[in-house]
Write a protein that binds this ligand. Structure first.
Ligand code: MN
Ligand code: MN
Length: 349
């Protein structure tokens, strides 16, 4: 059903919606990946994302990249493995609603566990390219055999069985159970690189709940802040804006409608569904309404160490009321009834 855009829309602005289903899907024998970067969604100028699927025990090859990587598991479970610049190691198994943060330039790999997995990756740069990461095999294939033999002080033929092409995503076998005994580096990384976002106690409201995760409760995540938002049917992520950072959204489930106001009288409304990406330039106010019959769940992502927003309601409530009334001609009771704290999810019976 086509839902007309509200008559309050005016003018036009850059497109603020992209669906991962429109992205090229790179399929390999044991998984697939597709991305939404500034190339697909030019309005998203600070971050990019990748949806990846791994078959049971499939391995996303050992690699690194200049961007930091934040992840949220959508289905199944995976094992992550990291060695950092101080030769400290980190390994963990993550399930649905959990994920990780890999700092820029630090090598890592991801292996699907018994049921395989599907996850969202978010990068702190808009032009991240999943096909341009530094792959272990790609590097060694393009290094002279003499150099490899010198580096490891072995005979030339030690590298005779190197793959001839990069592996990227390839078939693996069941890894041993996770155990501290497998930490073979000089110790564990100083800050855990995995998170359990869905297990965090949410801020509960009548029409939904919010979990905010940034460097204050996930210290490793120095460049990415996230909010996991659940909105019940009829509920709405309130009118607000973000003072310092662009917002990059990923819709996990349900249906949503967002209007973004761009100043100068320009406002445009976009509809979203599961698998879509939304973009909101910093300082532009917006709301996100659950327009479906089921729970709406989405991620708000920011290239920042800290989540920040300014709500319309408390902005008005904490401004002298006669000043606000002079602008809006509203009753004092409207202002007096605004709660004295942020209520990110609102609704009306
Ligand atoms: Mn990566
Ligand atoms: Mn927002």
């Amino acid at each position: 059903m086509i839902r007309p855009q509200p008559p309050t829309d005016h003018g036009s602005m850059p497109n603020l919606r992209w669906s991962f289903s429109n992205s090229y899907n790179r399929v390999s024998a044991s998984g697939c990946a597709r991305q939404t970067s500034i190339r697909e969604l030019p309005a998203a100028t600070t971050m990019a994302g990748v949806q990846m699927q791994l078959d049971p025990y499939a391995i996303r090859e050992m690699h690194w990249h200049k961007e930091a990587e934040w992840a949220y598991m959508l289905k199944g479970r995976a094992r992550i493995t990291v060695v950092d610049q101080n030769l400290c190691t980190f390994q963990d198994d993550v399930g649905v609603g959990e994920g990780w943060y890999f700092p820029s330039g630090i090598p890592h790999s991801i292996q699907g566990l018994e049921e395989g997995c599907e996850f969202l990756l978010v990068f702190d740069s808009p032009d991240f390219d999943e096909n341009q990461t530094f792959l272990l095999t790609d590097w060694l294939i393009h290094t002279p055999k003499e150099v490899l033999s010198k580096n490891f002080n072995v005979e030339l033929n030690a590298f005779d069985k190197l793959p001839t092409e990069e592996l990227y995503i390839f078939k693996g076998t069941m890894p041993p159970p996770l155990s501290k005994d497998h930490i073979i580096g000089l110790g564990e990384v100083p800050e855990p690189l995995s998170h359990r976002m869905l297990k965090m106690k949410p801020m509960e409201m009548e029409f939904g709940n919010v979990r905010i995760m940034d460097s204050r409760n996930f210290p490793a995540s120095k460049t990415i802040a996230a909010a996991l938002v659940e909105v019940k049917p009829g509920g709405m992520r309130e009118l607000h804006w973000h003072p310092t950072e662009d917002e990059w959204q990923y819709y996990i489930e349900g249906e949503a409608r967002m209007t973004v106001f761009a100043s100068g009288g320009i406002a445009q409304t976009f509809d979203y569904k599961a698998g879509d990406v939304g973009a909101v330039p910093k300082t532009m106010p917006h709301y996100i309404e659950n327009t479906g019959k089921s729970t709406l769940r989405f991620l708000e992502m920011f290239r920042s160490n800290k989540f920040e927003d300014v709500p319309l309601a408390q902005w008005l409530a904490f401004t002298p009321h006669e000043l606000v009334r002079a602008h809006l001609n509203v009753d004092e009771s409207l202002l007096a009834n605004i709660p004295p704290r942020k209520m990110p999810i609102v609704g009306k019976h």
